[in-house]
Structures are given as C-alpha cells and as structure tokens.
Write a protein that binds this ligand. Structure first.
Ligand code: ADP
Length: 470
C-alpha cells in the first residue's frame, strides 16, 4: 500500500526554545507538534547559530557533506534534535556562515538565501524529500525561488507573519546562486523583493489572522504588495495563530514566583509584588500595574506613548516594559527610567524568563499596535489573567473583546479603535477605573483566562490546507 502520509518540511530562521526572536519562533516551536499529533510526517529545519551550539551542546551531528554553492566548496553539517515534548525531528544546518551571533546585519540577505538553498536541497541533506515545504516570512521565502529554478517536485506554502518586512535582496547576491533577472517577476533598483516572489511562486499563501488577511488586501496595510495579494486572493487564507499552553501556563511556569490558576488567582499578587521589587517600583498591591513586552519598533505603538507620557505619568498606575529594538525608543525609555523611577521601569533586553514574570505580575498588558498580524503577547497575557489593552487591528481584533461597560459576559480586555494618542489615554484611564471595581475585574480576568487560543483551534485548518495540495 502506498504511504499516503503528508510529508512536510517546516522552515523559518527561528524556533523556540532553541532560538527565538519574536512570535514567529513561538509558532515554529509549537504548531508542528500539533500537526504531528494529527498524523502528519512533519519536520522542522532552522540554521545552526552559534547561540544554539552553546545552549544545546548535546545535539547529535547527523551528517557532514561538502557542497559546491555560491562559488565555493562549503562544509555543511546537519544536526538533529526533537521539538521538546514531542517526537517532531528538528534539523539544524551549520556551516561557517551561520557560526555567528549576528542575525540581522549586512550579510543577513546572503545568509538567509544560503540557508534557503540548503532547505530546497532537502533530498541531499536529509535523505528525505517532503511533498510540501512550508515557508515563513521572507527569510525563507527564497526557498520558493530555488524550487522553481531547480524544477523540484515540491509545493510550497508561504506564511506571511509580517508583510512590512519584505527582504529586498541585491541581484548580485542572488547571482552567486546562479539566479538572474529572468528568475524574478520584477527587479527594482538592482534588488528583488523576496516577499513578493514567495507570494507569487508558492501554491498557497497564508497569514496569521483572518482580519490581517483582509487588511493586507488594502493599500493602507498592503505595503505596496496589495495588488499581488489581490491577484492571489483566492489562494490567500487567514489562520489565527495558537499558543502552546504547555509552555505558557501560570499553573506550571517555573519562571514565576508563585504558580496559580483561575481558582487561586489571589496568588497572582505574589507575582505582582515580585515584579514591583525587580523593577524598583513602590510595593503596592492596590495600584494597577501595566506590563508591555515588545520589540521596540514603530509598529508597536511607542510613538503614541511618547506623545502622552507626561499626562500618563500623572495617573495612579505603574508601567513595566521589556524590550529591545530601535535605539530612538531605547533612549526614550532609558530617560523615563531616570525621570519616573518608582512608577516606571523599562528593562532594555531580551529575557524570556523576565517576560513570564511580567505576564504573571502585571494586572494589564499594553499592546496598542499600529498594526498586528496576529500577536502572541495578548494571548499569553490572557492566560496569565493580565487583561490586554489593545488596538483593534489584525489578530488583536480577532482575539480581544474590549470592555465597554455593557458587555461584561463577553469582554476579555480593553480596546481602542483608532490609532490615536488621546484614545489611548482615555482607555488607559478607564481601565484603571475598572481595575478598582473588584467584582467586574474578576469577571474580566475569568473571561480572559478561560479563552481557548490553543493550536487545537487552528491546526486543523492547516491540515485541510495541506490536504488540498495533495
Ligand atoms: P512580534 O512577533 O511582532 O514580535 P508577537 O506578540 O507575535 O510580536 O510575539 C512576540 C513574542 O516575543 C512574545 O512571545 C513576547 O513575549 C516575546 N518577546 C518580545 N520581546 C521580548 C523581550 N524583550 N524579551 C523576551 N521576550 C520577548
């Protein structure tokens, strides 16, 4: 009998817990585990960065081979592990170029192209060829280009996690892989838009929430690619990201001071006090503590905060931010650290342990993004009983029902419609009032903690999508 199992290689540049930069890493580290449970032969492949080498010295080397690529003979090592808590194989591809701590520097285009080339050559690297390769964002979008060029019998699915980052790559970098202008739909100013090519060359395109799938068809959110997406509209699906509740769960979390559930919500206060201590805030259980965990980028709403920070700091609240990113915002937050010590603290670093302490210790979670393809922060915050205050866009719109004062049964947070500083200010002020209405607050927390945004909800949609490509 022929083996009719779906065979899928899932690829991205990051995968939690091995190497994580943002929400994409969480998705790659969790969705394949559920698909495997649904009977798919799914494997993951990411680059073997130096940081992985240091963190996981016991990974087994599966193979070493020499490949002639990009004009040189490269020694390539393939390491193999398993996604924690599952049997899903994960491959790590190593060579001298990936042995670095730098991910987004001036060589990143070449590195991502090289990685994608290896992924397309899966047969020679893993002695296994999937029917489908699932690509995530432009970093692995190159795979679709190589598959077409090499005429391989593999279909690609391309998921857009953030349309704003399109990965323009100079033609002379691509030429090192034997690619010429003829291989692309368009070349502008000597560069290729990899997001655009992957959208055109893949069988199906998905993005990470139904609302974002609609938004990106419009010029406002379409990042100059709305016309391509309009053309491929019938092949575009919006599937909401899920969360791995084995990883993000206040009843099991070893990073937090006191574990708790809906039934023992009082213990959340212990985490609040711990967070106030770590952040040098005044110790006060009755003051609403807001958390924010985010890349410091324009997308995430820091410009709005900047506009109203003086008025905000006159409110009776505390705010803890964890993030790294644009130096402009790092400087802004560092200045606030000095000016508003005791009520405000920005931890300017990437720290997954501290992130969980914030989810557990905060009363509210700020996520008023300009746009948000899906967003995982608000989903984690809900599970930890910290009420998200969001801007109603993309996945935030699909997951958060803002409290209006009249919808206590359905609401699980607060939301603003327009991306405007005064609306944000009013909603923060209103949420502080509701915080002091203890009965309402508990109901909202219960609604948030009970919401199910696990992968069980949406993995089935991916399965159906893969099956349609058989
Ligand atoms: P994006 O992928 O756009 O950065 P998401 O909300 O989808 O935003 O996912 C961000 C993920 O990265 C969340 O799991 C969040 O907790 C985590 N994260 C963001 N910044 C930091 C940081 N500085 N330290 C630790 N975790 C972070």
């Amino acid at each position: 009998m022929p083996n009719n199992k779906l065979t899928i290689l899932f690829t991205a540049y990051e995968c939690a817990p091995f190497f994580k930069f943002g929400g994409l890493g969480d998705v790659v580290g969790s969705l394949p585990k559920i698909l495997e449970k649904l009977g798919v032969d799914i494997r993951v492949v990411i680059p073997y960065y130096q940081i992985i080498k240091k963190k996981y010295p016991a990974l087994k080397k599966k193979k070493s081979l020499k490949l002639n690529i990009a004009g040189e003979n490269l020694l390539v090592d393939v390491f193999e592990g398993r996604l924690p808590g599952s049997a899903v194989p994960i491959y790590f591809i190593g060579n001298k170029y990936f042995n670095t701590d730098k991910i987004f520097d001036e060589d990143s285009r070449f590195r991502f192209a090289l990685f994608s080339y290896f992924v397309a050559k899966t047969q020679s690297l893993f002695a296994w060829q999937p029917k489908i390769i699932h690509l995530n964002d432009w970093h692995t979008g190159f795979v679709s280009i190589f598959i077409k060029k090499l005429n391989l019998p593999i279909k690609t699915v391309f998921t857009i996690h953030n349309l704003a980052y399109t990965g323009e790559t100079a033609l002379n970098i691509l030429a090192r892989f034997g690619l010429t202008e003829k291989n692309f739909s368009s070349v502008e100013k000597g560069a290729v838009n990899i997001m655009r090519e992957a959208m055109l060359k893949s069988y199906l395109i998905t993005t990470v929430s139904p609302t974002y799938a609609e938004e990106i068809l419009t010029p406002e959110f379409g990042c100059d690619l709305a016309d391509i997406l309009q053309k491929r509209k019938k092949d575009l699906r919006g599937i909401l990201n899920g969360l791995d509740y084995n990883v993000f769960n206040p009843t099991k979390d070893k990073n937090i001071e006191a574990r708790y559930s809906l039934k023992s919500l009082d213990k959340k206060t212990i985490n609040k006090t711990a967070l106030q201590k770590i952040s040098g805030l005044s110790l006060n259980k009755n003051i609403p503590l807001f958390g924010m965990i985010s890349r410091l980028a324009d997308q995430k709403g820091f410009d709005l905060l900047e506009q109203i920070i003086d008025e905000l700091m006159r409110l009776d609240w505390q705010l803890v931010i964890l993030g790294t990113g644009e130096s402009y915002y790092e400087d802004f937050l560092a200045r606030l650290n000095k000016k508003c010590a005791g009520r405000f603290k920005a931890h300017l670093k990437f720290d997954a342990h501290l992130a969980n302490k914030i989810y557990a210790g905060a009363d509210l979670f700020l996520m008023h993004s300009r746009y948000e393809p899906c967003g995982l922060g608000q989903l984690v915050a809900m599970k930890y009983g910290s009420l998200p205050l969001v801007r109603s866009t993309g996945g935030l719109k699909d997951t958060i029902v803002g409290f209006t004062g009249k919808n206590i049964k359905a609401a699980n947070g607060f939301s603003i419609d327009k991306y405007q500083a005064d609306e944000l200010f009013k909603t923060i002020r209103r949420s502080i009032k509701v915080f002091h209405q203890k009965k309402n607050w508990r109901i909202l927390q219960r609604n948030a903690m009970r919401a199910d945004f696990s992968w069980d909800r949406s993995a089935g949609e991916y399965l159906r999508l893969y099956q349609s490509l058989r």
